[in-house]
Write a protein that binds this ligand. Structure first.
Ligand SMILES: Cc1cc2nc3c(=O)[nH]c(=O)nc-3n(C[C@H](O)[C@H](O)[C@H](O)COP(=O)(O)OP(=O)(O)OC[C@H]3O[C@@H](n4cnc5c(N)ncnc54)[C@H](O)[C@@H]3O)c2cc1C
Length: 342
């Protein structure tokens, strides 16, 4: 168990004070021992994957941070109708997507280039360009820290929705994901729901590897691919979720912007999902906007970035300014996507 370990280098936003304890988890035994320690000492626990969706506070975390490093190579199993694959929580997500696409399998090709580890993907049901992990996850193996026993949860039991699951809602803090099982149906085509991807291939049906490369290239153009040394890369990706509003709220907006289309998607009966990036821009916050050392990415309105040496408080101040601006202008409250740590 390491003590007083700075969290900033362990997160992609590069902010955050020290963790009181940090336990590197490479085996089941490491995990059980670290959780037992936290229970015995009555300390809070935080599970950290790649740190690409967290905002750690400057004062740090007074408990035990579990750094997930279980990384046995993925085990692919060929069946008559599908290939299944069990993947340890500490495996790099993009490396796994690459391995899937290289085998000519489909189901996660649009999720190329998303930072972080496999164990983090079910937590917020990671999604991009019309695809979500909920479509291919069949089971999640996890330690239930209340019962101190390992359980297997089916996809239905995970309660997946838009950027949510039981792991970040009703059962937050209860399960530590140790392994995820995916199922890739044979004969299923690549997913090309996103207009930018369709344009890229001009009506041609690409291979999974071609989609993998195209998605990474598109993400790179938007600063949504972590490339060492690039200025927009100290971020946690999209900082705000796309808000879901009632049809009445949407109708009022559409009336006000009668001359231009308000970007939106159907979100179930009586509900409309709005584009957070559009709201942020309309509220006057543009790419490159900055307050001190915290800024909006020069390539993506939804990504808040650490311009170099920012504190968590500076990132939070920018978040509050953007959120206040959108709420004041439209009466719509934006929800933060990265998880608070500390
Ligand atoms: C440039 C950039 C682009 C991004 N693009 C996207 C995108 O397109 N779509 C998208 O959905 N997300 C995106 N993200 C957000 C992020 O990459 C994903 O949410 C990712 O799955 C987080 O994984 P992680 O391992 O980094 O988790 P962390 O950031 O370490 O943790 C996130 C949350 O998951 C919990 N957690 C992590 N691992 C486990 C585990 N094994 N068991 C239990 N809980 C766990 C943590 O406690 C925390 O609550 C992006 C982030 C960045 C920086």
């Amino acid at each position: 168990m390491e003590e007083n370990i700075p969290l900033a280098p362990l997160t992609t936003l590069c902010v955050g004070g020290p963790a009181r304890y940090l336990a590197r988890i490479a085996t089941r035994e490491d995990l059980l021992a670290a959780v037992d320690f936290a229970h015995d000492e009555e300390l809070p626990l935080f599970v950290l994957g790649g740190g690409s969706n967290v905002l750690a506070t400057d004062r740090g975390f007074p408990g035990v941070v579990l750094k997930m490093e279980m990384a046995e190579p993925p085990a692919f199993e060929d069946g008559p109708e599908a290939v299944t694959c069990r993947v340890a929580a500490g495996v790099d997500w993009d490396a796994f997507v690459l391995a899937v696409c290289e085998r000519g399998l489909t189901g996660v090709e649009c999720l190329a280039g998303i930072p972080g580890l496999v164990g983090g993907t079910p937590v917020q049901n990671v999604g991009a360009y019309g695809q979500e992990v909920a479509e291919t996850i069949v089971a999640v193996r996890a330690l239930d820290v209340e019962a101190m026993s390992f359980v297997s949860l089916s996809a239905a039991e995970c309660g997946f929705g838009y950027r949510k699951s039981i792991f970040n809602t009703t059962a937050r803090g209860r399960y530590i994901v140790t392994r995820v099982t995916f199922r890739f149906a044979k004969g299923r085509g690549v997913s090309l729901q996103y207009a930018e991807l369709q344009r890229h291939f001009e009506g041609r049906v690409p291979t999974p590897m071609e989609v993998y490369r195209a998605v990474r290239a598109i993400r790179h153009g938007k600063g949504m691919l972590l490339v060492e040394g690039e200025p927009d890369c100290r971020s946690a990706g999209s900082f705000f979720k796309n808000p879901v509003v009632t049809e009445a709220v949407f109708a009022a907006l559409a009336k006000e912007f009668a001359d231009s289309e308000v970007p939106h998607w159907d979100a179930g009966p009586g509900k409309v999902k709005l584009a957070a990036a559009w709201l942020v821009e309309q509220a006057g916050f543009h790419k490159g906007f900055a307050i001190g050392r915290a800024g909006i990415s020069s390539r993506h309105t939804l990504a808040l970035v650490n311009l170099g040496g920012a504190t968590a408080a500076e990132i939070a101040a920018l978040r509050d300014a953007v959120r206040g601006g959108v709420e004041g202008r439209f009466g719509v409250r934006l929800e933060q996507e990265p998880v608070g740590l500390g």
